[in-house]
Design a protein around this ligand. Structure first.
Ligand code: CMP
Length: 136
């Protein structure tokens, strides 16, 4: 298994609240990603804190934890050649105002925190995040 062909995505609580889960999954599949694993989970505070521990000292950390524990999320393992980079291009910049036209965040995100979807940013993080949610 070449890990660089796998990434960890999360459809976030705002995605669920806006009834966009089906729409985003459809777009992910149409973009050629294979969903290898997926689940619905309501993150506990401790889990969100652990997942985002690299951001612990950032000024947005507390609000980020509140947001990520505010409703259901859908973590998934995606497979595609060069999945990490390709998925990040597909979802667009963290800040929807800076995201390219046609990307998921440009189309659907409200702001830099409530940005619909997460995608791993490096191979090391993808590995850690896949392990975190799926023990694999
Ligand atoms: P994500 O890709 O899940 O990785 C870290 C998250 O922190 C990011 O998406 C946003 O939800 C949030 N985030 C990053 N930067 C900011 C910021 N400047 N203000 C608020 N939230 C942020």
């Amino acid at each position: 298994m070449n890990k660089s062909n796998y990434t960890l995505a999360i459809l976030k609580p705002d995605c669920y609240r806006k009834n966009l889960v089906g729409t985003i999954i459809d777009k992910i599949l149409n973009a050629g990603f294979i969903i290898k694993k997926m689940k619905m989970i309501h993150l506990a505070k401790e889990e969100a804190e652990k997942f985002y521990e690299v951001h612990k000292r950032k000024d947005f950390y507390i609000e980020l934890i509140k947001f990520m524990t505010s409703g259901p999320s859908f973590p998934m393992i995606l497979e595609k050649e060069n999945a990490i980079e390709t998925f990040r291009e597909f979802i667009g910049s963290t800040d929807p105002n800076k995201a390219a036209e046609g990307t998921i965040r440009k189309l659907y995100a409200d702001n830099v925190r409530q940005n619909i979807v997460h995608g791993s940013d490096t191979e090391i993080n993808a590995k850690r995040e896949i392990q975190f949610f799926f023990n694999s």
